[in-house]
Design a protein around this ligand. Structure first.
Ligand SMILES: [Fe+2]
Length: 169
């Protein structure tokens, strides 16, 4: 019997695969199916949005990978510890991402881990301008929500979403 080759047989594993290994295990523990779907869609979706925006802004593929990882982890705590939200949630998300993911992988150096931690910690400062990495994570957060429901005015009206739409035109 012929065995179909693995579609991904030829691809090389990257640092995102290392992050995904842990992220998928954590998210798979979410019991509520709607919350679990939202978590996968928002976190992986924000990662992809961060990549495309960072590419458009002139960054290298390697820098895009860091932006993608930061966006993939930016709301992890929100989905896994929903009771801890709304009071300093970005800081809690940064600490959670560090303890549950960043401290458990050896494919990122300390400088990269700090930059990712800071981007997660600052992601709710939507009306302030921080580093390019911080900004792309904030943008990925709001734009992923717009992309999921482009006819929902709630996200379309946000100034960051309007700015990104212009940037991509
Ligand atoms: Fe988010």
């Amino acid at each position: 019997m012929n065995v179909a080759p693995d579609r991904y047989e030829m691809r090389n594993l990257t640092r995102i695969d290392e992050v995904s290994k842990i992220l998928d295990i954590l998210l798979s523990n979410i019991l509520d199916p709607t919350l679990k779907r939202d978590a996968f869609v928002h976190l992986y979706g924000a990662g992809q949005v961060a990549t495309i925006l960072y590419l458009k802004r002139g960054h290298t593929r390697e820098e895009c990978e860091i932006a993608c990882i930061a966006a993939m982890l930016h709301d992890l705590c929100k989905y896994l510890c929903p009771d801890s939200m709304y009071d300093g949630h970005a800081h809690k998300c940064a600490v959670y991402a560090k303890e549950m993911v960043l401290d458990r992988i050896d494919v990122l150096n300390d400088e990269e881990k700090t930059a990712i931690f800071n981007a997660i910690e600052r992601h709710d400062r939507k009306f302030e301008v921080d580093t390019p990495l911080d900004e792309v994570v904030k943008d990925a957060d709001v734009f992923q929500r717009f992309l999921r429901r482009p006819m929902d005015d709630c996200f379309y009206r946000k100034s960051r979403v309007q700015a990104i739409i212009e940037e991509l035109r």
